[in-house]
Design a protein around this ligand. Structure first.
Ligand code: F0G
Length: 360
């Protein structure tokens, strides 16, 4: 009989970011070690993007593979654990959709009450469905995400409810583990890191993660950080608050990012940039990823690939560079965008010949 110890070991059970990166997180013995299996997401090569940009390698970090379909789970697991540690029985967030889906899932799992404030009429269907399914109390604010976040801060100041937006430092701490995974997988930091930017928590978090690993000499030098905003919602590009942000990428329809200073620090300290991409460029990248790479992401996520594709003509030399793009959320979150494309759906009868004839 084969020696079981000699057999290739099974992949480790999903243990989550709190267990995997405990040494780098602000844990105490009282922090509950909770998980829905977040983190340890795939890092896959995108050869078509290498051909188009001349980069040595382009990797996509599929944060869409997290339990609720977006990167938010990394930060939410820690924010909810800390809320429980602090004795809270309820959590609240403002959200363009993904944060609310994630908060709702972790709160449901841990038996907490959850309130979500969303901008009425501008959150994607899949995200709303998640918040409903997990039993969140959903308040649709007749205003923007920025209005909802202002209200969320005021309410949590007045009531014993934990605010789980990325202004909560535990969210940033959890999300920085994405940077650890990239360096652990590649053996060093990439040369360029590309990501979409909305409220700017995630770019702040990744930069913190790279700096933490640099302090431990786990990487040679941190990457240049490139953030991309939608042109109609690009306050970090113009340097001005946008009162009425507009973009098809509803996840990043944000005019007054809470982590403004963190985004600017990541850009400037890393020698990177924050740039705008048009909705047409976003949709082009969205379709390219789906059709050429088999990666179905939401429009906000495609913004970083749209931005990457612009970099050579904007004077950034990518030849020989190792690049990572963060695919922040799943395309299933926003099915309306895919369904609004001209679809090639052919009606056929239950008839073999007719089906054969229809295979073009
Ligand atoms: N990509 C997706 C899919 C997002 O949902 C968000 C933010 C971002 C990118 C931008 O990340 O805000 O850290 O700069 N979504 C938030 C939400 C605002 O409420 O779900 P950021």
């Amino acid at each position: 009989m084969a020696d079981p110890d000699a057999l290739p070991s099974a992949p480790p059970a999903a243990s989550g970011i709190i267990a995997r990166y405990a040494a780098y997180l602000p844990l105490t013995p009282d922090t509950p070690r909770i998980t829905l299996g977040e983190g340890s997401t795939p890092l896959v090569r995108a050869e078509s993007l290498e051909r188009l940009t001349g980069a040595a390698s382009v990797h996509l970090k599929l944060e869409s593979c997290n339990p609720t379909g977006s990167f938010k789970d990394r930060g939410m697991v820690l924010a909810v654990a800390k809320a429980i540690e602090d004795g809270h029985q309820a959590v609240l967030c403002a959200s363009t959709g993904n944060t609310s889906a994630s908060a709702a899932a972790y709160a449901a799992r841990m038996g907490l009450k959850v309130y979500v404030l969303v901008p009425r009429g501008s959150i994607a269907q899949g995200k709303l469905a998640q918040a409903i399914a997990h039993g969140a109390r959903i308040l649709a604010v007749k205003g923007s995400f920025d209005d909802a976040l202002t209200l969320a801060r005021e309410i949590t100041d007045r009531h014993p409810i934990a605010l789980v937006n990325s202004v909560n430092p535990h969210r940033i701490q959890g999300q920085k583990t994405g940077a650890f995974e990239i360096v652990d997988a590649l053996g060093d930091a990439p040369d360029l890191h590309c990501m979409p930017v909305g409220n700017a928590g995630n770019i702040t978090a990744y930069w913190m993660g790279y700096r933490d690993y640099q302090a431990e000499e786990r990487l040679t030098r941190p990457p240049r950080m490139f953030g991309f905003q939608a042109a109609g919602a690009a306050p970090l590009v113009s340097g001005q608050i946008v009162e009425h942000p507009e973009t098809i990428a509803t996840a990043i329809r944000i005019g007054k990012p809470a982590s403004w200073a963190g985004a600017v620090a990541a850009r400037d300290q890393s020698g990177g940039d924050i740039q705008a991409v048009s909705d047409d460029q976003i949709l082009h990248a969205y379709r390219h990823l789906a059709r050429e790479e088999g990666v179905f992401c939401e429009p906000a996520s495609a913004a970083c690939v749209a931005g990457l594709l612009q970099l050579p003509q904007r004077g950034v030399d990518l030849s020989g560079a190792r690049i990572v793009c963060i695919i922040t959320g799943s395309g299933l979150k926003d099915p309306d965008i895919a369904l609004s494309a001209e679809a090639d759906i052919v009606d056929v009868p239950v008839d073999l010949a007719a089906v054969e004839a229809a295979l073009d």
